[in-house]
Ligand binder design. Structure first.
Ligand SMILES: Cc1ncc(COP(=O)(O)O)c(C=O)c1O
Length: 298
């Protein structure tokens, strides 16, 4: 081995190794060195971004109204937390801001999943569920969507069986799921909530596509302290680049997510922007209607 001058080369020096799950060759992430931006000449729909130009007129105005000090100051997210909680009709203690819903999902794993814990997730689903299972050394059990004539269908009986018999630490359920676009019937959601409450499993309902799909389980948190809801401003609100979202749950559960919060969980630009943008919910709903209408042309 050719060593740089002054470098210590000693066969007795042990290799630097991360936690055991991170050592796995199966944990592979997209190549960040040679990745190239997507061509701006094409319309990209692969990440479910909201590219509605009417909504962009609103976001442009909000952006222009930001005080430049948002760039040189650390965030104070309290006022946004309170305003968002009010908009969602929950107490501010029931909410933690995160870097998109991905941040809410990661925080849930970080706070609750230890190596060897069982985590149940759907297959296929948002790419990060299996990745976080690997990162946190979970024993992942995938519930595959079944092909039917009316499209992919989740085997809810199998999901319930797994909850009752494997007593997972965490069940991850995007509603709607991606890329399947499938939703869970109210009755099945209720059965899952009851089953997970009984086994002491966290049920993470990922509502990234709210309000494209306007049904939400946020109102059920008061009955199910094991329920965590992940929300994002990346999709309907057209703010994927800001990386802001939240996790909502019972005060007791959210306190654990607050405990593992980084120094600043979201950046000042996102906090200031979202505080103003929350006054434009009507524009967002109009955008959602336009996009839903647009689906008829595909
Ligand atoms: C189901 C689902 N959950 C979570 C996310 C992550 O969203 P965010 O950009 O808010 O991290 C996505 C993004 O594609 C998604 O499809």
């Amino acid at each position: 081995m050719k060593a740089a001058e002054g470098a210590i080369v000693d066969a007795r020096i042990p290799p630097i190794l991360p936690r055991i799950p991170i050592q796995s060759d199966k944990l592979v992430r997209p190549d960040w060195v040679s990745s190239k931006p997507r061509s701006s000449r094409l319309l990209w729909l692969d990440k479910n971004e909201n590219l509605d130009s009417e909504l962009q007129k609103v976001t442009q105005r909000v952006l222009a109204s930001l005080d430049p000090t948002v760039l040189c100051t650390y965030p104070d997210s309290g006022p946004l937390c309170r305003k968002l909680a009010k908009a969602m009709t929950v107490d501010p203690e029931m909410l933690v801001l995160t870097a998109g819903s991905d941040g809410a999902i990661r925080s849930t794993f970080e706070a609750f999943v230890a190596e060897g814990d069982t985590v149940v997730h759907t297959v296929p689903t948002f790419a990060m569920y299996p990745v976080y299972c690997q990162i946190f050394g979970a024993n992942a059990i995938g519930v595959e969507y079944q092909r039917t004539e009316s499209g992919p269908q989740l085997d809810i009986e199998r999901l319930l069986w797994l909850v009752e018999n494997k007593k997972p630490k965490l069940v991850c359920l995007p509603n709607p799921d991606s890329p399947t676009g499938t939703t869970i019937a109210d009755r099945d959601m209720e059965r899952l909530l009851v089953a997970t409450a009984v086994t002491g499993s966290i049920l993470l309902v990922d509502e990234a596509y709210y309000p494209f799909y306007p049904k939400s389980v946020v109102g059920l948190i008061k009955y199910y302290p094991n329920l965590i809801v992940a929300r994002t401003f990346a999709k309907a609100w057209g703010l994927a680049g800001l990386r802001i979202g939240c996790a909502v749950g019972s005060k007791e559960t959210i306190l654990f997510l607050h405990k593992i919060r980084p120094m600043y969980e979201v950046n000042t630009v996102a906090v200031a922007f979202l505080e103003k943008m929350l006054d434009h919910e009507v524009d967002v709903l109009e955008s959602v209607n336009r996009l839903n209408e647009g689906k008829r042309y595909f």
